[in-house]
Design a protein around this ligand. Structure first.
Ligand SMILES: Cc1cc2nc3c(=O)[nH]c(=O)nc-3n(C[C@H](O)[C@H](O)[C@H](O)COP(=O)(O)OP(=O)(O)OC[C@H]3O[C@@H](n4cnc5c(N)ncnc54)[C@H](O)[C@@H]3O)c2cc1C
Length: 395
């Protein structure tokens, strides 16, 4: 392939939140950028009824919110669909408690709860306004690389050639597979059940999380008004049982599991389940290819950090590409290695922390069980250590 044969400098395969954020972050890079996805992107434009809620919600860290603000998308979110977590209460299975407060940390919020649909729509709008090419819906069919470009073949016969191909196509990444990058997967034997509810009492911006005796982790996240979104990371059998319940019975189960901290519940969305796994790759780069987001790392959602970690990838990749100086080739191996080197530590740290917590709170070992509760209670009394932990999560 010769220098004139490429369609784009950067082709982003996967237009989830991470792929779209990367496209938005490259708008002013001077690079020609395109995104491709099997799903259409027009659904994000449909008018949304005020009482229709997305059961996929994310806790967006203040650091990620700042990053999204820099892309011009955070401020484009409808203010009435973004909820600050002002305090958080975490409870162990034998009464131990850990409390965090944004006020005590000098922050407006510990995190912000946003529906996926809203965030996605804001990112799609930004990418469209910037006039970036969007190939969607399309089916990825073949992938090849040569010295000067990566070439993605689509099912309709189109071939898209780019200096750099970015695999942003999620946990079960087709791009990762097709490029032969090995993924090491550890299944947790748990499914995360998500759904939204109206609750009887005001939540006052408090998020709750219970590490339960059965090894499951239940989180309630505040939504606007008297509403919450829940994530119950439960052993598969319990998750199947919850997913099969009609709305009113599920609402009663969730309210009872949280000891009616917000009174009675009423279901306002359907429920959905996500099988949980830790996914590590030996390398996230190859010749003319880089992986970002869930395509590069899968973590347990108990800390609500997966997409935040993906936004961290995006910020770093955009920085490396913008610092490329006289290098005009965005797929230059040196740049990809620099990116991989800068992301290795934060990704490993997050995988280690979330995996350790998932294992620690899923054990039946009585010593570890009492140790974890003691640890939680001790940490709650050690203000400096607690502050350090919270500051790390905020960024
Ligand atoms: C229950 C649960 C709760 C979570 N809560 C949080 C939270 O509170 N905070 C947080 O930070 N993270 C959270 N996460 C993690 C978060 O969901 C993921 O990290 C995030 O969605 C990853 O985004 P992504 O863009 O990398 O991948 P995805 O969202 O999976 O997007 C991938 C895109 O690629 C496209 N695609 C895939 N395959 C193909 C193909 N073959 N051809 C064409 N297109 C393709 C898809 O259509 C999609 O648009 C949670 C995860 C779970 C399971």
């Amino acid at each position: 392939m010769t220098a004139g044969d490429v369609d784009y400098d950067v082709l982003i395969a996967g237009a989830g939140l991470v792929g779209l954020a990367l496209a938005a972050a490259l708008v002013e890079s001077g690079l020609s950028v395109a995104v491709a996805d099997r799903a259409g992107t027009t659904a994000s434009d449909d008018p949304r009824a005020p009482d229709v809620w997305d059961n996929r919600v994310y806790a967006i860290s203040p650091g990620s919110a700042e990053f999204l603000r820099g892309l011009g998308t955070w401020q484009a979110l409808p203010a009435d669909r973004v909820t600050p977590i002002e305090t958080m209460r975490i409870e162990g299975d034998s009464g131990a408690r850990l409390d965090f407060s944004a006020y005590e940390l000098g922050e407006r919020a510990l995190a912000w709860i946003v529906e996926e649909r809203e965030l996605r729509a804001a990112l799609v709008r930004r990418v469209r306004e910037a006039g970036l090419a969007i190939h969607a819906p399309c089916t990825f069919e073949s992938l090849s690389f040569d010295r000067s470009a990566a070439s993605l073949g689509l099912a309709d016969g189109t071939r898209l050639a780019a200096r750099l191909l970015v695999g942003a196509d999620g946990l079960r990444s087709w791009v990762r597979e097709a490029a032969g990058l090995k993924a090491d997967i550890k299944r947790y034997g748990q499914t995360a059940v998500v759904a939204n509810f109206a609750c009887e009492r005001a939540h006052h911006g408090r998020a709750y999380q219970w590490f339960r005796d059965d090894g499951s982790v239940l989180a309630w996240l505040p939504l606007p008004g008297r509403r919450v979104s829940i994530v119950w990371s439960a052993p598969e059998r319990l998750a199947d049982e919850l997913l099969a319940l009609p709305g009113n019975e599920l609402a009663a189960r969730i309210a009872a599991a949280g000891a009616y901290a917000l009174g009675g519940f009423e279901c306002i969305t359907g429920s959905a389940g996500f099988a949980l796994q830790l996914m590590k790759v030996a390398t996230s780069v190859a010749g003319r290819l880089v992986l970002v987001g869930d395509a590069a790392h899968g973590i347990h959602p108990l800390a609500g950090q997966g997409v935040n970690l993906g936004f961290g990838d995006v910020a770093e990749l955009a920085a490396v590409l913008s610092e490329r100086g006289p290098l005009t080739d965005a797929g230059e191996r040196f740049l990809l290695d620099l990116y991989a080197c800068r992301r290795a530590e934060p990704v490993l740290a997050m995988q280690t922390v979330t995996d350790s917590l998932a294992v620690l709170f899923n054990t039946a070992n009585p010593l570890l069980k009492s140790g974890r509760n003691l640890g939680m209670a001790t940490l709650n009394r050690l203000s400096p250590a607690k502050r350090l932990l919270a500051q790390a999560a905020l960024r």
